[in-house]
Design a protein around this ligand. Structure first.
Ligand code: SAH
Length: 223
């Protein structure tokens, strides 16, 4: 058995021990090469349970958080899902292996282009990706059964995302300040009623408005 698959099995066991039970989520993680989504210099850390930098000041989330968020969505193969914050595209692939169709939005066009190459290389054909401001959601494709936001919302999730969620739908989103947040699961009960559950403390990069400008990309190029 090579080291890569040993490390992968160890990670899956760790996720189980940490309480992840959804077998669809565990098998999506088991069959997705996380090393593809990570810069060359860090590839030996691909199966450690940690967030890693992917360029432009952004990060690929820690596997436990990817697993927890995916499980919290209670995904089925009938779900139409929106992800805000494509980043490396790793979380998108995990979701797409379980749901019917995934729409994903990223405000950094260069990150989206690289993520799209990974989707193509892995022959994942049920993802539609767009460079835009995900705080506005994807109105042409609403309503969504599930919504996942992989960047931190300040104080509360964007109103447009609530509006684009189906009644009975679930949204998982980190909410807090720039330093730390709580992962929250919202269930939409009717047009203006939600139940909210706090899941765990997390640290995400911030959810920011508008497409990233050229200047912002230059400023963040070496982070
Ligand atoms: N899901 C990613 C992790 C992404 S990190 C993965 O698996 O790798 C969060 C991402 O959210 C960053 O790439 C950031 O650029 C993006 N982001 C922040 N605000 C956004 C917005 N308003 N719309 C779309 N993407 C946004």
């Amino acid at each position: 058995m090579n080291t890569e698959s040993t490390r992968k099995i160890r990670l899956i066991m760790k996720l189980r021990n940490m309480g992840i039970k959804d077998t669809n989520v565990l098998s999506a993680i088991e069959t997705t090469p996380r090393e593809n989504f990570i810069p060359d210099a860090l590839k030996d850390k691909a199966y450690e349970d940690m967030a890693l930098p992917i360029g432009l000041g952004q990060t690929i989330s820690q596997p436990y958080v990817v697993a927890l968020m995916s499980e919290a969505l209670r995904l089925t193969d009938r779900d139409k899902v929106l992800e805000v914050g494509t980043g490396s595209g790793y979380q998108a692939v995990i979701l797409a292996k379980i749901c019917r169709r995934l729409y994903t939005i990223e405000r950094h066009k260069p990150l989206l282009d690289v993520a799209q190459q990974h989707f193509d290389a892995l022959k994942i054909n049920n993802i539609t990706a767009m460079a835009a401001d995900g705080m506005k959601g994807w109105p042409q494709q609403k309503p969504f059964d599930k919504i996942i936001v992989t960047a931190a919302a300040f104080e509360r999730p964007p109103e447009a995302l609530f509006e684009q969620l189906k009644i009975g739908g679930i949204m998982v989103v980190p909410v807090g300040d720039r330093i730390e947040q709580v992962l929250k699961r919202y269930e939409k009960l009717d047009d203006d009623t939600y139940s909210v559950t706090d899941l765990v403390g997390v640290r995400f990069v911030p959810l920011l408005p508008n497409l990233a400008s050229k200047q912002e990309q230059l400023d963040d190029a070496y982070i």
